[in-house]
Design a protein around this ligand. Structure first.
Ligand code: CTP
Length: 425
């Protein structure tokens, strides 16, 4: 992706770090932000100062790192918390401790970090981290719930795993790579939660059809587009089921999604069938292999026998998307993809008519900067009533947000019209 397509490039990111041991991960996040062209300033809470080096953060951010003592400096011409709050275009609040959460929610401006946060009008990505018993405590639950309704906050639930206190449970801060992705998403789509209460089923990645234990038929899909679509929907409030073949994306991007790993098209088909009934919408981004061996061999073929084995005993894989369209409940909206080489639009129109889905995104796979594994993409979005528009070239996360907006519109079109209730005589 070119740097001008990176949503983080040139943006002013204020990083607020509070007192949780996950603070030790923030220097790497700051370094990654700077490498992607963001302008970064950091603030440490008094507890965070004990956990992570202000000198390291200053060096990595190429700017002074602010600590509690700075708030009362006679050298500052304006109050530091106001100056920082007004400078920020976007705030990364990570890790968010139980205390800083409580201060924020209750409006206590008694530290540099909390007063900056309260004074700031920029959108905030909030990523808590704490022990699982603290995370489950009624006071923390109540404060976190309160935050869900705040318009300029994107709350990023902690995940589950081994915590520094040796407990295994909820409270682990979102991985650094996911913080970066969520921050990029916030810059692209804001804090909107328009998918809240919706369930999206996404398929992603390739399938692998075995010939024998050593060989298979597959394709170069990495799953990037489908996974980003799933994560963008989750950040917009959806519950997401992700059925995926073998992926080549950062595993942190799967956090917060209900993952259903599969290998073959048959496994993908049965996972989709099982999950379809609960979904409000489906995005079929998987690159399903087109053919499979009728019965895969259980022992490895000698290479002399390979040419013959490739000629016989193969069958077409059923069209999973067409099956989903046939079985769908009336209100379910479906987005398909089309991987095209050469002329895109004409072939895509024919495919759209054949598949019967509500939307089809057709992208070239034979141009640089689009298709399999690329960070960016472009193509034609076909919709109801002959609608078509060209999208991109743009980053795949930006494209994911555009497709989600179109899918939400398709869902609204399919929603049953409420039957008017006759008035009482
Ligand atoms: N698809 C599917 N099942 C298949 C093949 C494709 O569900 N067996 C879905 C893909 O997930 C995608 C859409 O159909 O959403 C289009 O896939 P594509 O590979 O572009 O088209 P094909 O139908 O396979 O046609 P062709 O390979 O001839 O272009």
């Amino acid at each position: 992706m070119r740097s001008e397509e990176d949503a983080l490039a040139g943006r002013r990111v204020l990083v607020l770090i509070s007192g949780s041991i996950a603070a030790v991960k923030l220097p790497l996040v700051v370094s990654a932000l700077v490498q992607r062209g963001a302008l970064v300033r950091c603030v440490l809470s008094p507890s965070a100062e004990r956990l992570v080096s202000a000198v390291a953060l200053a060096s990595l951010s190429r700017a002074p790192c602010h600590v509690e003592a700075d708030q009362w400096s006679h050298r500052a011409a304006r109050p530091l918390h106001i100056e920082l709050a007004e400078w920020a275009e976007v705030v990364l609040l990570a890790p968010l401790s139980a205390t800083s959460l409580a201060r924020w929610v209750h409006g206590l401006a008694d530290t540099l970090l909390s007063s900056t946060l309260i004074a700031c009008e920029a959108p905030v990505l909030a990523a808590p981290a704490m022990n699982s018993a603290m995370w489950a405590a009624p006071a923390v639950r109540r404060n976190w719930r309160e935050l869900q309704g705040w318009e300029r906050v994107l709350p990023l639930e902690p995940g589950s795993g081994l915590l520094a206190c040796d407990r295994v449970g909820d409270g682990r801060m979102a991985a650094p790579e996911l913080l970066l992705l969520a921050l990029e998403s916030l810059l692209l789509a804001g804090c909107r939660r328009d998918w809240r209460g919706r369930r999206l089923l996404v398929s992603a990645g390739p399938t692998r059809e075995p010939l024998d234990p050593a060989r298979c038929l597959t394709n170069p899909s990495t799953g990037r587009m489908g996974v980003l679509l799933a994560q963008a929907a989750r950040l917009r409030g959806a519950t997401v089921d992700l059925v995926h073949g073998p992926l080549a994306v950062d595993p942190a991007w799967l956090e917060g999604l209900q993952g259903h790993p599969v290998v073959t098209a048959a496994e993908m088909e049965s996972a989709l069938e099982r999950l379809q009934g609960d979904a409000d919408a489906i995005a079929m981004a998987a690159a399903v292999a087109d053919h499979r061996r009728r019965t895969p061999l259980t022992t490895k073929l000698p290479k002399q026998a390979l040419a013959e084995a490739l000629r016989s005993e193969w069958e077409a894989v059923p069209d999973l998307l067409a099956g989903l369209v046939q079985r769908r409940p009336p209100a379910q909206a479906i987005l398909g993809f089309a991987a095209q080489s050469g002329e895109v639009l004409q072939e895509a129109r024919a495919k759209f008519a054949r598949k019967g889905c509500d939307l089809l995104f057709a992208n070239p796979i034979d141009r640089s900067g689009a298709g399999f594994g690329a960070a960016s993409n472009e193509g034609w979005l076909l919709g109801p009533g002959e609608r078509q528009r060209h999208v991109g070239p743009t980053g795949k996360l930006a494209l994911a947000h555009e497709l989600l907006t179109a899918l939400a519109e398709a869902m609204a079109l399919r929603a049953p019209v409420p039957v008017p209730v006759p008035a009482d005589p």
